[in-house]
Design a protein around this ligand. Structure first.
Ligand SMILES: [Zn+2]
Length: 294
């Protein structure tokens, strides 16, 4: 690339050491238009530094600026603008994902009048070809569910309720058939009995579910069962809502009780014992009786 401040034109050169022009005589040499200097000219360099005409005007202006700057009073340290301060800040963490299933909304629970003569369905979860969860349990979930649910049904019957079970043996029943039974009988309460499972073996405790948008009667039953669990010293994770078919597949009040985790070693052992099955069943029945006013 061509340097802007170097002009190519005729110049005067002095002595060129070792060249043909060894005297002190100055000589005018013409540089060819194609920028190449013939070796026969005996000139070391055809370039000379010249001031660009544009700088001829800029230089005095620069000198004037420097002169004015020197005459201006020195700014005090306090007059100097503060340098900007930058700090690194951690990006805000993304919001945590919503918990699933969601806790049941706080709504007013309405208690039923009396358990005597109330039509109640007790639903042992799974059965037949559907064993449910197994986890660390010796018994499959379907068997644990049936043992607890049978006890609950007997206790409610003894209190005067009209009780129907969706199954009384190890047989498969479709979820839709269970929900249809609740609708056809116009039941005062549908109670489904299950045992839970989770990938984490540390999770334990019973959980009580109601359907999303549950009625006040469903919430009342859930709250009374929760209170009975706590009174009996049974660990309870609380009331949550979910879209289980046996809860939302019909229009009747309904709760689903997960009696504990078969994937938790201690709870699985407890749920395999008759004494703990009776304890859980008694608490469920007490809660339902409380919901119906005793
Ligand atoms: Zn289940």
């Amino acid at each position: 690339m061509e340097a802007p401040f170097l002009a190519r034109e005729n110049v005067l050169h002095g002595c060129n050491r070792g060249g043909r022009h060894s005297g002190m005589r100055a000589e005018a040499i013409s540089i060819p238009a194609n920028d190449r200097i013939p070796r026969s000219a005996g000139i070391r360099s055809p370039w000379v530094c010249r001031l660009d005409p544009r700088l001829a005007l800029a230089l005095p202006l620069c000198l004037l600026t420097v002169l004015v700057g020197c005459m201006s009073p020195e700014p005090a340290i306090g007059d100097l603008p503060e340098p900007p301060i930058y700090t690194l800040e951690r990006r805000p963490a993304p919001p945590p994902p919503p918990p699933t299933p969601r806790p049941a909304p706080a709504r007013t629970a309405r208690r039923s009048a009396s358990i005597r003569g109330a039509t109640i369905i007790v639903d042992p979860g799974h059965g037949g070809r559907d064993p449910g969860a197994r986890g660390l349990s010796a018994l499959p979930e379907k068997t644990v569910n049936l043992k607890i649910a049978t006890r609950v049904a007997a206790l409610l019957s003894s209190r005067g309720a009209s009780v129907t079970m969706t199954r009384t043996s190890d047989r498969f029943v479709e979820l839709d058939d269970r929900a249809a039974l609740a609708e056809s009988k116009r039941v005062a309460l549908f109670v489904s009995v299950h045992a839970d499972a989770n990938n984490s073996r540390s999770i334990s405790g019973a959980t009580i579910y109601v359907g999303r948008g549950a009625s006040s009667a469903s919430l009342s039953a859930a709250q009374h069962i929760q209170s009975a669990f706590r009174a009996a010293g049974i660990a309870c994770r609380g009331i949550r809502d979910a879209g289980f078919r046996v809860l939302i597949g019909h229009s009747r009040p309904a709760v689903l009780v997960e009696c504990g985790y078969l994937t938790n070693r201690q709870e699985a052992q407890l749920l395999n014992t008759v004494s703990y099955q009776v304890k859980i069943a008694n608490a469920i029945a007490d809660g339902i009786a409380g919901h119906f006013g005793g």
